[in-house]
Design a protein around this ligand. Sequence first.
Ligand SMILES: Nc1nc2c(c(=O)[nH]1)N[C@H]1C(S)=C(S)[C@@H](COP(=O)(O)O)O[C@H]1N2
Ligand SMILES: [Mo]
Length: 213
Amino acid sequence: MSKERYIAAKQKWAEKQVAGGFRPREVRSTDRLPPGQKLTTGFPVLDLGVQPDIPPEAWALTLDGLVESPLTLSWKDFNALPQVEDVSDFHCVTTWSKYDCRWGGVAFTTLYELAKPKPEAAFVYFTSYDGYSTNVPLAACLDDDVLVATQFDGAPIPREHGGPARVIVPKLYAWKGAKFVKTITFLAEDKLGFWEVRGYSNGADPWKEERYA
Ligand SMILES: Nc1nc2c(c(=O)[nH]1)N[C@H]1C(S)=C(S)[C@@H](COP(=O)(O)O)O[C@H]1N2
Ligand SMILES: [Mo]
């Protein structure tokens, strides 16, 4: 099941990266704004009141849990991985949405390949440098728009938006994307993250308005 999703996503990533870079998104239906959301052209900042200052040489990303090959990637290692770009819409549960966010970084599928999750891995738990955490089903992480981004609009992600690196899961409300990401843990059982234990819905599908549990 995961394997098929993974292969399909890899193929779609490859198609999107043709000609070695950014391709404008396809025009989508007028039905682009999920229910209860308002379009913003700005980019609000949401955090826990802390924006950790992580110099790239001090940054590392650890992949652990139920994997064949646990590993820690330095900033240099991470940037040496194949890089992708993708454009997606961003939906915050506090009712703002931002269209056409152009993210660059490493596809989740690439990290999956490196860590080699065991068959029993079905959930992913993200931990961040500011103490934040969030959880996403592995199948959802294998979509072809999920990445660990280091770039926004062709420039390094500013600290307030989660630099050096943040997770982007466009099909879910934005709290499911960990800014300042530090560790990606593969689990057999779901484990609720920071907001999920504080009443946010675990599903977090903006089209179903899964805001609060
Ligand atoms: N590490 C960390 N990641 C986080 C958060 C946070 O407080 N800390 N807030 C989440 C929430 S609620 C949202 S809406 C988005 C906001 O991203 P932005 O500040 O770039 O708009 O990041 C998510 N990821
Ligand atoms: Mo949010």
